[in-house]
Design a protein around this ligand. Structure first.
Ligand SMILES: [Fe+2]
Length: 347
């Protein structure tokens, strides 16, 4: 199969998806099932996050996730789940997000299964820290700059929107590839050659040797699948640290990518509200976040919770009936979510 034919499998065929196509309301019965597991015990969500997805599977939640999970692997490649009318606490939202994410696949622990994305007052232009710890515009990118790890799906839950800005943006690399093939075919060779990336994962050695070894293509087609791994900022800093110039044609090729991504007609944009959860394919979609401003103290700061999900296609869809989530089997005080009556309907 030619690269272009492979890319066609993943394209947004009718342009950027409309919000009504990708926004799903989390059913009350799903919220109800998940929140029944909330014990109120300290660190409960942290403990649940360490359990395997199979152990945690809840039948109603898993069944509902199964009804749309395929759209994360092909087609639109993302969903936005809404819980905004349920007025849940932070702890309840984290628990719900935990069960939904684990119904999609296995959570990667590299940064902890949940990683709070907020402005820590840091500056990524002064040290090699993830842009997710700043308030800057992230620029379009795919997550993880590590050669041997690229999450299949990225989850982002909004606990607190910014006072201003901080919109989530998505673009489809399959559409980008078709556009490049049509208008800038000469760029494709540079994008398919291994390209060095900076080493920014906490706990890794950030030596020039490590940066030199940390190289892989921006566009590849392993196993007849499109794999786009773009992060211009960390590509540029890698070559700066190595004090070598970019490979021939790479600068122009990345300019072409950025030209495509600068066109709002190619971009899905959404300002996530509190309780909204975005799950997106990290292999053929890239994402960005606009710069944001937080309100003055003591107003709450923009807080998103990120998770990286793997084994999305291989995880069994149907939970085994014999497996009961520990949170339910443990002697905990099962409780009703505040905004739901016994029937699960909203008050
Ligand atoms: Fe990201």
């Amino acid at each position: 199969m030619s690269p272009l034919s492979i890319a066609h499998k993943y394209r947004w065929n009718h342009g950027v998806p409309r919000h009504e196509e990708v926004v799903l309301k989390v059913p009350h019965k799903v919220i109800h099932e998940c929140l029944r597991c909330l014990s109120g015990q300290k660190d409960q969500v942290a403990e649940l996050l360490e359990q395997t997805s199979e152990k945690l599977a809840l039948p109603i939640t898993t069944g509902w996730v199964r009804s749309w999970k395929k759209t994360l692997l092909v087609g639109n490649g993302f969903v936005c789940l809404q819980t905004t009318n349920a007025r849940l606490t932070d702890e309840e939202l984290r628990l719900l997000y935990c069960f939904l994410a684990k119904s999609i696949g296995n959570l990667n622990q590299r940064y902890g299964a949940f990683f709070d994305v907020k402005d820590y007052g840091l500056d990524h232009t002064k040290s090699a820290i993830p842009i997710s710890k700043t308030r800057a515009c992230s620029g379009f990118h795919t997550d993880s700059s590590a050669k041997h790890y690229s999450p299949e799906v990225v989850g982002l839950m909004c606990l607190q929107p910014a006072s201003e800005g901080g919109d989530s943006l998505l673009a489809n690399a399959a559409n980008l590839y078709a556009w490049l093939d049509k208008h800038h075919r000469d760029c494709l060779q540079a994008l398919s050659r291994p390209t060095k990336r900076d080493v920014i994962t906490p706990g890794t050695t950030q030596t020039t040797d490590e940066i030199c070894r940390n190289e892989f293509p921006i566009i590849a087609f392993p196993n007849e699948q499109l794999h786009f791994r773009y992060m211009r900022y960390w590509i540029t800093t890698a070559y700066q640290k190595l004090q070598i110039s970019l490979p021939a044609g790479l600068h122009a090729a990345m300019d072409c990518i950025d030209q495509y991504l600068a066109n709002r007609e190619h971009i899905f944009a959404r300002a996530l509200s509190r309780g909204e959860m975005l799950f997106l394919n990290n292999r053929y979609l890239c994402h960005s976040r606009t710069a944001f401003t937080d309100g003055p103290d003591p107003l709450p700061k923009r807080t998103f919770v990120r998770t990286w999900i793997d084994s999305v296609s291989s995880l069994p869809n149907r939970p085994s009936r014999s497996r009961v989530p520990r949170a339910v089997s443990a002697p905990v005080t099962a409780r009703q979510p505040r905004d739901f009556q016994e029937s699960g309907s909203c008050r």
